[in-house]
Design a protein around this ligand. Structure first.
Ligand SMILES: [Zn+2]
Length: 620
């Protein structure tokens, strides 16, 4: 979730400064802001001393990638190149991949520059220029290359195993593509924007000031129960005000999606969406097995943990506003004060886990491929963004000294290690893994990091930090199952009314939810799903995190038995990038790709054992 930007397989980019063999540092300075401009010290610190290691075979180094016509002409050149045999196809695919790398890197650099300094209008302009002027031109060009690939007689002679994943994805794209769906997708985007606008504009007056709902989240963590209650009710009332409008937007989305599915020859949007997401390795029965496994193996632990929370807080009943505060009313954990301490601590964690990962991290530090500190003018959030031609990552974060900052850096480093491990893969298409596995790399690093958190904490704080994290995982499984099952219901119940939809949501919350008491807040509960933007903007995109979390917990459990072996397999699997199917990627890391009870139960037992130990360590 934190690394949203990695999830786009085919990124595109642009470039304004004409540049000849610029180092990465120079590119980061130049993109969109004129060449070699060094307007502040920040720019001088990124990507130090790196040169391109992978020589170009197609895109001229002085190509002006900010010029939509020039980018388009590069795609045209590929489109016109004669490709007949399998050998020609292989070298042509490398050229296409390179073009993709170059443009995606251009976009990455503009994005990084903008997010590192949002108050510089030049940087924003450069990024928007790319998104608005260059990207839209690339989309149809790319589609023609996909069609050209599949129409080429040489395709049949490509080595089956090597090209299976790529051809499967490209074929799928062409098979479900319908011209008549293009305007419907534009409509859908517009509705998404209306949703964003409506939810983004929600503010409340609280604690003497107008505040966004994101800002309000911190009040839900405070020890004072009255403040929490009042904050929670204020947020809830604000959301309810737009309930009718949100339901209306969703109804329109539902109608559009139904039409798109029919156009593509599917009975319902669910079946279409699963194909659209390229889910070949699991389908409806597996998702349903996941829901059942969560219900049977995770929900009981979730409720047990809540019951423990209730006891610790000495309450008769838990209310929805009691779930995010520290149960003992302790102040927040303080793992570090300076970013240097965070970097030093994580460096030591990686070295203890695996000397190679320690070196990789050192490389990122030495080459300034990170911007971690929080400061005015920086965009919120965190990500790891890969730089296409350098085949290296850039990590962005806003670390302020909280427990969460350590997990975030471990997470983004997991993504970065992925980028670094698979950089020798010649095919650009295979240097990105699907989310279900990409998040094993990142979430896996978070759980692996636990066992060495003593670089930041004494035993008691370490136990508290881990407990907080593992409780979060348990709750997340339940929420993911709810959100996924809800969408299965939505798209297989045509003609539903908003009231029926809300009733289905409440049923699922009873099935997967906790013990907290919602009486008096029934209306809030009925439209609680409105806040999950994926349901509106990215249907069915969510269970990926549940699947990845199962993989991450398996990595952790394996490392518990034999760390060196588990880490070696982890790195080996990362090196495969996206060149294999999901079951193969999981199996390369020594993990089972299954989400039934038999897989979930032992993992949850492991989590529970550690949680029980941590509760004892905290002496409470
Ligand atoms: Zn991530």
């Amino acid at each position: 979730m934190k690394s949203r930007r990695r999830e786009f397989l085919f990124q595109t980019g642009a470039w304004t400064g004409a540049a000849i063999t610029l180092s990465l540092a120079e590119r980061l300075h130049a993109a969109g802001g004129g060449r070699h401009s060094r307007r502040n010290s920040m720019e001088g610190r990124i990507g130090k001393g790196l040169k391109e290691e992978f020589p170009r075979i197609f895109v001229p180094v002085d190509a002006d990638l900010g010029d939509p016509a020039e980018v388009e002409s590069l795609f045209k050149k590929l489109e016109q190149e004669p490709v007949r045999t399998a050998a020609e196809m292989e070298s042509w695919l490398l050229k296409w991949g390179e073009l993709q790398d170059v443009v995606s890197e251009e976009e990455a650099i503009r994005y990084i520059r903008m997010t590192c300094q949002t108050d510089d209008p030049q940087r924003e302009k450069a990024f928007l220029h790319f998104v608005e002027k260059v990207s839209p031109r690339i989309k149809p060009c790319r589609h023609r290359l996909v069609e050209k690939t599949l129409a080429c007689p040489g395709v049949a002679d490509l080595q089956k195993e090597r090209y299976l994943v790529l051809l499967r994805d490209l074929r799928n794209e062409v098979e479900i593509f319908r011209d008549e769906n293009v305007p419907l997708e534009t409509e859908e985007d517009k509705l998404s924007q209306r949703y964003q606008k409506l939810t983004g504009a929600m503010t409340v007056n609280f604690d003497g000031k107008e505040r966004t709902l994101q800002e309000m989240a911190k009040y839900l963590e405070l020890p004072d129960r009255e403040v929490r209650r009042s904050a929670w009710e204020t947020i809830g009332a604000r959301r309810l005000r737009d309930r009718t409008q949100l339901d209306a937007i969703f109804d329109q989305m539902l109608a559009l999606r139904g039409r798109m599915a029919k156009n593509a020859g599917f009975d319902n949007y669910r079946d279409y969406a699963l194909r659209l997401r390229g889910r070949f390795d699991y389908g409806v029965p597996e998702c349903e097995a996941f829901h059942r496994a969560v219900e049977e193996a995770v929900v009981p632990l979730y409720r047990e943990l809540q019951e423990r929370r209730r006891g610790r807080m000495q309450l008769d009943r838990l209310r929805p506003y009691d779930l995010r505060t520290d149960p003992f009313g302790r102040p927040p954990l303080k793992p570090f004060t300076k970013v240097e301490e965070l970097v030093d601590g994580c460096g030591r964690i990686f070295s203890k886990l695996d000397p190679v990962l320690g070196e990789r991290f050192r490389f990122l530090v030495d080459h300034d491929l990170m911007d971690l500190s929080s400061r005015k003018g920086k965009a919120p959030g965190a990500y790891s963004h890969s730089l296409g031609t350098f085949r290296l990552p850039f990590i962005f974060a806003n670390s302020v000294g909280l427990d969460y900052d350590v997990n975030t850096l471990l997470h983004e480093c997991g993504h970065s290690f992925h980028t670094m491990e698979c950089r020798r893969e010649p095919l650009s298409f295979y240097r990105h893994a699907p989310t279900e596995f990409a998040e094993v790399a990142s979430m896996g690093m978070e759980v692996l990091g636990f066992d060495y958190m003593d670089v930041f904490y004494g035993p008691e704080d370490l136990a508290r930090s881990r407990e907080q994290y593992l409780e979060g995982i348990v709750g997340l499984f339940c929420w993911i199952a709810t959100v996924d099952a809800f969408q299965h219901w939505i798209y297989t119940h045509p003609g539903q009314t908003p009231a029926e939809r809300s009733a289905a949501w409440v049923d699922l919350r009873r099935r997967f939810g906790g013990i907290e008491d919602w009486s008096g807040y029934e209306e809030n509960r009925r439209s609680e799903w409105h806040r999950q933007l994926h349901i509106f903007e990215a249907p069915f995109y969510y269970i990926e995190y549940g699947i990845a979390q199962l993989g991450a917990l398996q990595v952790w459990q394996r490392a518990d038995r034999n760390q060196a072996e588990a880490l070696a397999a982890y790195r080996q699997a990362l090196a495969l990038g996206g060149s294999r199917t999901l079951p193969e990627l999981f199996s390369a890391a020594g993990l089972v790709f299954a989400f039934d009870r038999a897989t979930v139960e032992p993992l949850v037992r492991h989590v529970k054992d550690v949680l029980d130990r941590d509760a004892a360590t905290q002496g409470k």
